[in-house]
Ligand binder design. Structure first.
Ligand code: BTN
Length: 149
């Protein structure tokens, strides 16, 4: 019984230390997705707002692909537990389209950060009769591009 208290203390300290060491997912940095598209997210500000750039590997158009700006927002609520939800919009600089992404920043079982997203790509159509075919939907998984230090 006398021995139980220090043991409990050690256990509680270990659990506490583990709690502190849990890795958080950060959106900032360079990412690549399953299509080979590259994305850079700059600093996320205190309100959760962020900006960045997107270089898509593919296009629904016949236009030459160009680097495009993105603007997004990350949830800042206290119960995100280091794996925040977010959304961002890419305003394509080489087409008339817009893509909105929504997703969550996860840390997987190996401690690797991964962005699981869904997107809607809205293309411009000539008239309202063609509205039915204007939106594509899909998913993308992003992993962090390692910096070459
Ligand atoms: C366009 O074709 O009009 C603009 C480029 C769209 C690229 C799409 S957005 C969703 C999907 N994920 C990517 O990384 N690229 C494609």
């Amino acid at each position: 019984m006398v021995q139980a208290t220090p043991l409990l203390l050690v256990l509680l300290l270990a659990l506490g230390a583990h709690g502190l060491a849990v890795k958080k997912c950060s959106l900032t940095g360079r990412w690549v997705n399953d299509l080979g598209s590259n994305m850079t997210i700059m600093t996320v500000n205190a309100n959760g707002a962020f900006a960045g750039s997107y270089h898509t590997a593919v296009t629904a158009t016949s236009n030459e692909i160009k680097l495009s700006p993105l603007q997004g927002s990350m949830q800042k609520s206290p119960n995100q537990k280091g794996q925040p939800t977010f959304g961002f919009t890419v305003n394509w600089s080489f087409s008339d389209s817009i893509t909105v992404f929504t997703g969550q920043c996860f840390v997987d079982e190996y401690g690797k950060e991964i962005l699981k997203t869904m997107w809607l790509l809205r293309s411009r159509v000539e008239n309202i009769k063609n509205d039915w075919k204007a939106t594509r939907v899909g998913t993308n998984v992003f992993t962090r591009l390692q910096s070459q230090e």
